[in-house]
Design a binder for this molecule. Structure first.
Ligand SMILES: Nc1ncnc2c1ncn2[C@@H]1O[C@H](COP(=O)(O)OP(=O)(O)OP(=O)(O)O)[C@@H](O)[C@H]1O
Ligand SMILES: [Mg+2]
Length: 146
Protein backbone atom coordinates (compact mmCIF):
# COMPACT_ATOMS: atom_id res chain seq x y z
CA UNK A 1 0.00 0.00 0.00
CA UNK A 2 1.48 3.28 -1.10
CA UNK A 3 0.08 6.74 -0.39
CA UNK A 4 1.26 9.81 -2.30
CA UNK A 5 0.15 13.37 -1.65
CA UNK A 6 0.23 16.23 -4.11
CA UNK A 7 -0.83 19.84 -4.28
CA UNK A 8 -1.92 20.62 -7.83
CA UNK A 9 -2.18 24.20 -9.08
CA UNK A 10 -4.27 23.67 -12.22
CA UNK A 11 -6.49 21.12 -13.91
CA UNK A 12 -3.61 20.50 -16.35
CA UNK A 13 -1.37 19.54 -13.43
CA UNK A 14 -4.05 17.19 -12.10
CA UNK A 15 -4.34 15.54 -15.53
CA UNK A 16 -0.57 15.17 -15.70
CA UNK A 17 -0.50 13.28 -12.40
CA UNK A 18 -3.25 11.03 -13.77
CA UNK A 19 -1.17 10.41 -16.88
CA UNK A 20 1.78 9.38 -14.70
CA UNK A 21 -0.42 6.97 -12.78
CA UNK A 22 -1.82 5.51 -16.01
CA UNK A 23 1.69 4.64 -17.19
CA UNK A 24 1.78 1.99 -14.42
CA UNK A 25 -1.46 0.28 -15.53
CA UNK A 26 -1.33 -3.38 -16.52
CA UNK A 27 -5.07 -3.71 -17.11
CA UNK A 28 -7.88 -4.42 -14.66
CA UNK A 29 -7.16 -1.44 -12.41
CA UNK A 30 -10.11 -0.03 -10.47
CA UNK A 31 -9.92 3.62 -9.42
CA UNK A 32 -12.28 5.06 -6.80
CA UNK A 33 -12.42 8.86 -6.97
CA UNK A 34 -13.80 10.89 -4.08
CA UNK A 35 -14.11 14.58 -3.25
CA UNK A 36 -16.81 17.26 -3.43
CA UNK A 37 -18.58 18.54 -6.55
CA UNK A 38 -16.10 20.29 -8.83
CA UNK A 39 -13.03 18.92 -7.03
CA UNK A 40 -11.54 17.56 -10.26
CA UNK A 41 -12.54 13.88 -10.35
CA UNK A 42 -13.59 14.05 -13.99
CA UNK A 43 -10.52 16.15 -14.85
CA UNK A 44 -8.36 13.36 -13.41
CA UNK A 45 -10.21 10.82 -15.55
CA UNK A 46 -9.51 12.94 -18.64
CA UNK A 47 -5.77 12.62 -17.92
CA UNK A 48 -6.13 8.86 -17.51
CA UNK A 49 -8.09 8.55 -20.73
CA UNK A 50 -5.57 10.48 -22.75
CA UNK A 51 -2.77 8.25 -21.45
CA UNK A 52 -4.55 5.03 -22.40
CA UNK A 53 -5.27 6.29 -25.88
CA UNK A 54 -8.88 7.47 -25.70
CA UNK A 55 -9.44 9.82 -28.61
CA UNK A 56 -12.89 11.20 -27.78
CA UNK A 57 -13.72 13.85 -25.18
CA UNK A 58 -14.33 12.52 -21.69
CA UNK A 59 -17.02 14.49 -19.92
CA UNK A 60 -19.15 13.90 -16.88
CA UNK A 61 -21.28 10.75 -17.17
CA UNK A 62 -23.69 12.00 -14.50
CA UNK A 63 -26.79 11.49 -16.65
CA UNK A 64 -25.64 8.16 -18.03
CA UNK A 65 -24.08 6.57 -14.92
CA UNK A 66 -21.60 4.73 -17.15
CA UNK A 67 -19.73 5.77 -20.28
CA UNK A 68 -17.40 3.44 -22.16
CA UNK A 69 -14.43 4.71 -24.15
CA UNK A 70 -12.31 2.51 -26.37
CA UNK A 71 -8.65 3.42 -25.92
CA UNK A 72 -5.70 2.05 -27.86
CA UNK A 73 -4.30 0.34 -24.72
CA UNK A 74 -7.42 -0.42 -22.65
CA UNK A 75 -11.13 0.21 -22.62
CA UNK A 76 -12.10 2.85 -20.07
CA UNK A 77 -15.31 2.50 -18.06
CA UNK A 78 -16.15 5.88 -16.54
CA UNK A 79 -18.79 5.46 -13.85
CA UNK A 80 -20.51 8.20 -11.83
CA UNK A 81 -22.64 6.99 -8.91
CA UNK A 82 -23.73 10.49 -7.85
CA UNK A 83 -27.35 9.99 -8.87
CA UNK A 84 -27.57 6.76 -6.88
CA UNK A 85 -27.35 8.55 -3.54
CA UNK A 86 -30.96 7.85 -2.62
CA UNK A 87 -31.48 4.73 -4.72
CA UNK A 88 -32.41 1.39 -3.19
CA UNK A 89 -29.81 -1.40 -3.09
CA UNK A 90 -31.14 -3.07 -6.23
CA UNK A 91 -30.82 0.05 -8.36
CA UNK A 92 -27.33 0.69 -7.01
CA UNK A 93 -26.14 -2.52 -8.66
CA UNK A 94 -24.69 -1.38 -11.98
CA UNK A 95 -23.66 -4.89 -13.03
CA UNK A 96 -19.99 -4.05 -12.79
CA UNK A 97 -18.91 -7.38 -11.31
CA UNK A 98 -18.15 -8.68 -14.82
CA UNK A 99 -16.13 -5.55 -15.57
CA UNK A 100 -14.03 -5.02 -12.44
CA UNK A 101 -10.64 -6.66 -12.78
CA UNK A 102 -11.04 -7.55 -16.48
CA UNK A 103 -7.50 -7.14 -17.86
CA UNK A 104 -8.65 -5.24 -20.92
CA UNK A 105 -10.57 -2.68 -18.83
CA UNK A 106 -9.73 0.26 -16.59
CA UNK A 107 -12.67 1.25 -14.36
CA UNK A 108 -12.87 4.77 -12.95
CA UNK A 109 -15.65 5.39 -10.45
CA UNK A 110 -16.75 8.79 -9.12
CA UNK A 111 -18.86 8.92 -5.94
CA UNK A 112 -18.31 5.17 -5.25
CA UNK A 113 -19.79 5.63 -1.76
CA UNK A 114 -23.22 6.12 -3.44
CA UNK A 115 -22.88 2.84 -5.34
CA UNK A 116 -23.57 -0.60 -3.96
CA UNK A 117 -21.53 -2.16 -1.18
CA UNK A 118 -19.81 -4.50 -3.66
CA UNK A 119 -18.00 -1.46 -5.08
CA UNK A 120 -16.87 -0.11 -1.73
CA UNK A 121 -15.58 -3.49 -0.61
CA UNK A 122 -13.76 -4.31 -3.85
CA UNK A 123 -9.96 -4.75 -3.58
CA UNK A 124 -7.35 -3.93 -4.71
CA UNK A 125 -8.24 -0.41 -5.80
CA UNK A 126 -6.46 2.87 -6.35
CA UNK A 127 -8.09 5.61 -4.32
CA UNK A 128 -7.97 9.15 -5.66
CA UNK A 129 -9.09 11.73 -3.10
CA UNK A 130 -9.38 15.36 -4.18
CA UNK A 131 -9.99 18.28 -1.85
CA UNK A 132 -10.65 21.87 -2.75
CA UNK A 133 -8.10 24.40 -1.48
CA UNK A 134 -8.93 27.36 -3.72
CA UNK A 135 -10.17 28.03 -7.25
CA UNK A 136 -7.13 26.49 -8.95
CA UNK A 137 -5.53 24.56 -6.12
CA UNK A 138 -6.41 21.05 -4.99
CA UNK A 139 -4.97 18.53 -2.59
CA UNK A 140 -4.69 15.13 -4.24
CA UNK A 141 -4.03 11.94 -2.31
CA UNK A 142 -3.49 8.69 -4.18
CA UNK A 143 -3.60 5.45 -2.21
CA UNK A 144 -2.48 2.52 -4.29
CA UNK A 145 -3.44 -0.90 -2.92
CA UNK A 146 -1.81 -2.87 -5.72
N1 LIG B 1 -6.05 21.91 -9.69
C1 LIG B 1 -7.18 21.53 -10.34
N2 LIG B 1 -7.43 20.22 -10.54
C2 LIG B 1 -8.56 19.82 -11.16
N3 LIG B 1 -9.52 20.65 -11.61
C3 LIG B 1 -9.32 21.98 -11.44
C4 LIG B 1 -8.15 22.46 -10.79
N4 LIG B 1 -8.23 23.82 -10.76
C5 LIG B 1 -9.37 24.16 -11.35
N5 LIG B 1 -10.06 23.06 -11.76
C6 LIG B 1 -11.38 23.11 -12.42
O1 LIG B 1 -12.30 22.52 -11.53
C7 LIG B 1 -13.31 21.84 -12.28
C8 LIG B 1 -13.32 20.37 -11.88
O2 LIG B 1 -14.46 19.80 -12.46
P1 LIG B 1 -14.69 18.25 -12.55
O3 LIG B 1 -15.87 18.05 -13.42
O4 LIG B 1 -13.44 17.54 -12.88
O5 LIG B 1 -15.08 17.94 -11.02
P2 LIG B 1 -15.71 16.61 -10.40
O6 LIG B 1 -14.96 16.35 -9.14
O7 LIG B 1 -15.75 15.55 -11.42
O8 LIG B 1 -17.17 17.08 -10.02
P3 LIG B 1 -18.57 16.25 -9.96
O9 LIG B 1 -18.66 15.64 -8.59
O10 LIG B 1 -19.60 17.30 -10.17
O11 LIG B 1 -18.54 15.21 -11.05
C9 LIG B 1 -12.96 22.01 -13.76
O12 LIG B 1 -13.67 23.11 -14.26
C10 LIG B 1 -11.47 22.30 -13.71
O13 LIG B 1 -11.02 23.08 -14.80
MG1 LIG C 1 -17.28 14.46 -12.30
Amino acid sequence: MKTTEYITNSSEETKQIATQLASTFKGGEVILATGPLGAGKTAFCQGLGKAIGVKGIINSPTFNLIKVYKGSKFTLYHVDCYRLENADEERKDLGLDEVLGDKSIITYIEWPNFGNSYLINYHPVIKVELTYIDEEKRKLVITDER
